[in-house]
Design a protein around this ligand. Structure first.
Ligand code: ATP
Length: 483
């Protein structure tokens, strides 16, 4: 399956979805740039997310907070002290790696070969070792325990295959920034590590400036930054990424959190399968155990997608109680509440948070859409989010009448649909190119079109061709897209 990932990455570069970041200067680890078709796809996913969770709901409002925020925001949220990864370095080749990833990949690759009873751990209990071997998860483990399992299992460096590690140490993921406009201690700020804090910091502003009533959500779509060291897997894990987060506020005395939680699970599942068109068999839920879950969270589940490199977290859903608002009350010294109009009671609400990485949605869409059919590579992207809906071709590039007619048609259709125009090479090659960028329909203007005012419409998925009168094209595509 790793092979499949290489093919997807190669296609993404070849056709302008994703390029490695700063490539001209040898690249910059864990950064990527989106090319012309990638940008369209990314925007379409973002717009669909916003449309679904903000525009089509009456209980959610949007927010666009600053990327750089006050150091105290991150102290209150716990990020300056607790937002860290346990890392270790290979003394031989200098590779730096996340300890949990090193261990979990090893457990995954050695399924069935490890017996807990053959080891004599000291800091890890026998049950914990047994559990790690069966679940292949060590999230929430201390640095000491991770160090011990690495040495017990003799886990080598994946780059140079030596067993020569430094100890496991915590590294904070936040990016500090130093501001030029303030002096002293206050010049330190942070690039945000998640968008969620923007919703808590602006809670009072939103209450005072809008008509919201509990339960309600504040949604945000924007960049977050984390100093990640894990390499590979394209845009799955990057230091700069786009998050789509919602803080859904409610009064636990009036709402059953279990019901709200379930309804959020349904919305997330529906978005992945119906809106993005992902195959259900490639998705699953994973409930966090006590060790993995943050201490303030009552329940956390991850929606996972079966990437070519295994099932991985796509979208997290957590019931965070009133922890965040209470933290900001404590650190800012301000009261944060909403008044219940029926009882006049001041409520500091609880929150359920669905948080997704848009770039992970993007990679999932590419992986799920990638199909090889003989010579043909086709991206079966759901037409709603395909970079271009229609490609318009003149049969021959050197026949002025055909080119003129095709351009006229292009101008008409692009007023309604995202279209692209191509006159290079033969028709067969143009079809293959559009298949690789996931364009659902190709329209060819040929000599007959000049007489019968109809065109050939070729379907990406079936490769079937039908003749459609030019005047009916708009309703023909509108109907197809409404499906
Ligand atoms: P992971 O365990 O994979 O590091 P996380 O549990 O730390 O993720 P959250 O803090 O819950 O992630 O962030 C919400 C979502 O943001 C994740 O489900 C994921 O889709 C996305 N995300 C988190 N970190 C990254 C990253 N470095 N690059 C791309 N997307 C990310």
């Amino acid at each position: 399956m790793a092979d499949q990932m290489d093919k997807i990455v190669a296609l993404a570069k070849r056709r302008g979805f994703i390029y490695p970041g700063s490539e001209l200067y040898g690249g910059l680890a864990n950064t990527y740039d989106y090319g012309p078709v990638g940008t369209e796809l990314l925007r379409n996913i973002k717009n669909l997310w916003w449309d679904t969770f903000v525009h089509r709901r009456t209980d959610i409002v949007g927010l666009d907070a600053s990327l750089i925020s006050h150091q105290q925001v991150w102290e209150a949220s716990g990020h300056t002290s607790g937002f860290s990864d346990a890392l270790l370095d290979c003394k031989n080749c200098k590779r730096r790696i996340r300890a949990d990833h090193l261990i979990e990949d090893f457990l995954e690759n050695n399924v069935g070969e490890l017996r807990a009873e053959s080891f004599k751990p000291v800091k890890i209990s026998e049950d914990e070792l047994e559990n790690a071997i069966t679940t292949k998860k060590v999230e929430g483990w201390s640095e000491e325990k991770m160090e011990e399992i690495i040495s017990l299992l003799e886990i080598q460096c994946p780059s140079c295959e030596k067993l020569d590690w430094t100890g496991v140490r915590k590294f904070n993921l936040l990016f500090p920034v130093h501001l030029g406009i303030v002096e002293g201690d206050q010049d330190l700020a942070y690039l945000r590590g998640e968008t969620a804090q923007g919703m808590f910091v602006n809670f009072e502003n939103v209450i005072n400036s809008t008509r919201v009533r509990l339960p309600f959500g504040i949604a945000q779509l924007g960049k977050s930054f984390r100093n990640e060291v894990t390499l590979g897997n394209s845009v799955f894990r990057t230091i700069e990424f786009e998050q789509g987060e919602i803080e859904y506020f409610f009064d636990p005395e009036n709402e059953e959190w279990e019901k709200l939680f379930e309804s959020w699970k349904e919305s997330m599942w529906k978005f992945a399968t119906k809106s993005l068109g992902i195959r259900e068999e490639n998705l699953r839920w994973r409930l966090h155990g006590d060790e993995e879950r943050s201490f303030y969270s009552k329940q956390t589940v991850d929606l996972e997608y079966k990437f070519p490199f295994g099932f991985k977290e796509l979208w997290g859903l957590g019931y965070r109680t009133d922890y965040d608002l209470k933290q900001h009350i404590k650190h800012s010294g301000k009261e944060l509440y909403i008044v219940d109009p029926k009882t006049n009671k001041k409520v500091t609400p609880h929150v359920i948070e669905p948080a997704v990485g848009i770039n992970r949605l993007f990679l999932m869409v590419l992986a799920d859409a990638y199909h090889e059919e003989g010579e043909r590579v086709v991206l079966r992207i759901d037409p709603k989010i395909a970079p271009y809906k229609i490609a318009i071709f003149p049969l021959l590039a050197n026949k002025e009448q055909l080119v003129g007619k095709a351009k006229e048609l292009f101008e008409t259709l692009r007023a309604e649909f995202t279209c692209t125009f191509d006159e290079r090479g033969n028709i067969g090659k143009r079809y293959l190119y559009q298949d690789e960028i996931g364009t659902p329909w190709c329209v060819t203007v040929d000599f007959d079109s000049l007489e019968d005012h109809a065109v050939t419409v070729r379907d990406r998925d079936t490769t079937e061709q039908v003749r459609v009168p030019m005047t009916e094209l708009s309703s023909y595509f509108s109907k197809k897209l409404a499906k």
